[in-house]
Design a protein. Structure first.
Length: 277
């Protein structure tokens, strides 16, 4: 069926709000990772507010869908989404990366309600997600496991071991989304480790491949729906995105992988995001 015009408008509005809230938060605490959080905004928003079967009132429901943030440095955006969904009070967002806070710089499953897996070291998300998907199959549960991975993360060998295994075990209840923004911590992928034809790589490993604009909520919604119809193999959605999306001086810049936001930069960013700082 696809998204209605009303739902698309709602999700787009949430994305605008989350971008504004992210800049406010990271400026206030003078730490965190803005670039990769901004590139994943539409993906996380569409998943949590349209696609995932989760309930903040029943966070341990055995039939819930599982979401894993493989690119753990995008935790600030994940926390904004989780707070909006009611997993913890919004007021606690201000404690991000502070001493004794449950909101660590990277997601911690032991501390934060709604986080399924502690991540940070890149490459952990897909193999763990495969394990969760296979466990759900053994238990006879219809839940899905969704993993969001950065494109630089694909440079980790463990990713391709998991890719082979997922195809071998026909893990059709596993969905991988690649945040394909072309930039990693200290440069572009083309500079650091060119990945070539990403779609061809995943196809050669036996995956069903979809390629979309990762900043269009309606395309994310449709791709997730299509993935659910694929049987006998896992699906990967390659979502083309822009690191730092929405703030011009952050877009495509590796420096904004993790960098404090100055007062002048904050005011500039908030003007671009169409709100008063």
């Amino acid at each position: 069926m696809g998204l209605s015009a009303e739902r698309k408008e709602y999700l787009d509005g949430l994305c605008r709000k989350f971008r504004q809230d992210l800049i406010r938060l990271l400026h206030a605490i003078q730490t965190g990772h803005p670039g990769g959080s901004l590139s994943a905004t539409e993906i996380l928003t569409t998943l949590y507010f349209e696609k995932l079967n989760i309930d903040a009132k029943r966070p341990q429901d055995p039939d819930r869908d599982r979401f894993i943030l493989g690119k753990g440095h995008a935790a600030p955006m994940l926390y904004l989404v989780l707070a909006e969904k009611g997993f913890f009070p919004r007021e606690e967002l201000a404690t991000l990366r502070q001493l004794d806070s449950h909101l660590q710089g990277h997601p911690c499953a032991r501390k934060t309600c709604g986080v399924e897996l502690s991540t940070g070291p890149l490459g952990l998300g897909l193999p763990a997600g495969l394990g969760m998907a296979m466990a759900a199959r053994l238990d006879g549960r219809a839940c899905r496991t969704v993993v969001l991975m950065g494109d630089g993360e694909m440079q980790e060998g463990i990713v391709w071991e998991a890719a082979m295994s997922a195809a071998k075990f026909a893990a059709d209840n596993l969905l991988l989304i690649v945040d394909n923004n072309g930039v990693q911590l200290d440069g572009t992928l083309a500079e650091i480790m060119p990945m070539g034809d990403i779609a061809a790589k995943w196809r050669s490993f036996g995956w069903h491949v979809l390629h979309i604009d990762g900043h269009r909520v309606e395309m994310i919604d449709a791709a997730v729906d299509e993935a659910q119809t694929v049987k006998g193999k896992p699906t990967v959605i390659i979502a083309d995105t822009i690191k730092g999306k929405g703030v011009s001086f952050m877009e495509g810049q590796s420096a904004w992988h993790g960098k404090p936001i100055s007062q002048e930069e904050f005011e500039h960013a908030m003007q671009e995001l169409e709100v008063k700082p």
